[in-house]
Design a protein around this ligand. Structure first.
Ligand SMILES: NC(=O)c1ccc[n+]([C@@H]2O[C@H](COP(=O)([O-])OP(=O)(O)OC[C@H]3O[C@@H](n4cnc5c(N)ncnc54)[C@H](OP(=O)(O)O)[C@@H]3O)[C@@H](O)[C@H]2O)c1
Length: 246
């Protein structure tokens, strides 16, 4: 993937990983549009920076996704990179019958959100030079944290979907998966382990990997490899136990 002179759309760009990715890519000479539900946090992301723009989008709303995609393509016809980063993480107690609102919202945001936004932009992106889609999954796609079951499941599904997307779009759009380990952000601080990476350190490593030519199809910082390759390397049970030991 090219790392400069792109026009990029970043979901969840008002905080955490999305905000830092948006700012770092902008600093490398990219035009970046950040989207999310809260305009004030998006405006804080872009404040004082050139070639950064903010638009409100709730990725739970399919009509809003279509409208946003149409608007972005009309206002920024050079759009060539989509980063599906927005996500939520909720704790869920599976030991009793419960209200499934959190489960359903997690599936709609973390899985249907990227599927719908990618779909809305595919006809545009396939005709763009140097087009790329980056889907942000998680190390928990590969070894689950049992207290956040639907979250893990959506990330495992997003991993699988991304593999199919890459195969179908081969030669047309570069498809990259970014699977972070635990990182210090606003995402469910109650589930964050003590060894979570500082955000700056994580983004430094991620940007170095993005600069690799060709860009790896999976952006994996060193700390996530233990989870990413647990099954292949024969330490899945050990990883599951370590992750879930409280
Ligand atoms: N931090 C970690 O440890 C970690 C580890 C692995 C993977 N990840 C993944 O990294 C991505 C970014 O998470 P983060 O850690 O940076 O957490 P974060 O700071 O909470 O950021 C999540 C972003 O998603 C946006 N978002 C949530 N629901 C949305 C919706 N319905 N429509 C539009 N935007 C929405 C939020 O903005 P609004 O609230 O303003 O909408 C927020 O800016 C997520 O996909 C997460 O699963 C994080």
């Amino acid at each position: 993937m090219k790392t400069s002179e792109n026009t990029m759309l970043v979901t969840g760009g008002g905080s955490g990983i999305g905000r830092e990715l948006a700012r770092r890519f902008n600093a490398l000479g990219n035009t970046v549009i950040v989207v999310g539900r809260r305009l004030e946090t998006l405006e804080a992301t872009i404040a004082g920076r050139r070639n950064m723009h903010a638009m409100v989008l709730d990725v739970e709303d399919p009509e809003a996704i279509t409208a946003l995609a149409d608007r972005v393509v009309a206002e920024y016809p050079s759009l060539n990179v989509l980063i599906n980063n927005a996500g939520i993480m909720r704790r869920e107690d599976l030991t009793r019958t419960r209200d499934l609102h959190d489960s359903e919202q997690t599936v709609v945001t973390n899985l249907l959100g990227p599927i719908r936004l990618t779909n809305a932009l595919t006809d545009h992106l396939v005709n763009q030079p140097d087009a790329a889609i980056v889907n942000v999954s998680s190390g928990l796609a590969f070894v689950p944290l049992s207290s956040t079951p639907t979250y893990n499941a959506t990330k495992a599904a997003l991993h699988s979907y991304t593999v199919s997307l890459r195969e179908q779009l081969k030669g047309k759009i570069e498809v990259i998966e970014l699977a972070p380990p635990a990182v210090h952000t606003e995402l469910n601080p109650a589930s964050r382990p003590a060894h979570a990476m500082p955000l700056d350190e994580f983004i430094d490593e991620v940007m170095a990997l993005f600069r690799g030519q060709p860009t790896p199809r999976e952006i994996l910082v060193e700390q996530v490899n233990f989870l990413r390759w647990a099954e292949r390397d024969g330490h899945f049970d050990q990883a599951l136990e370590m992750l879930n030991a409280h």
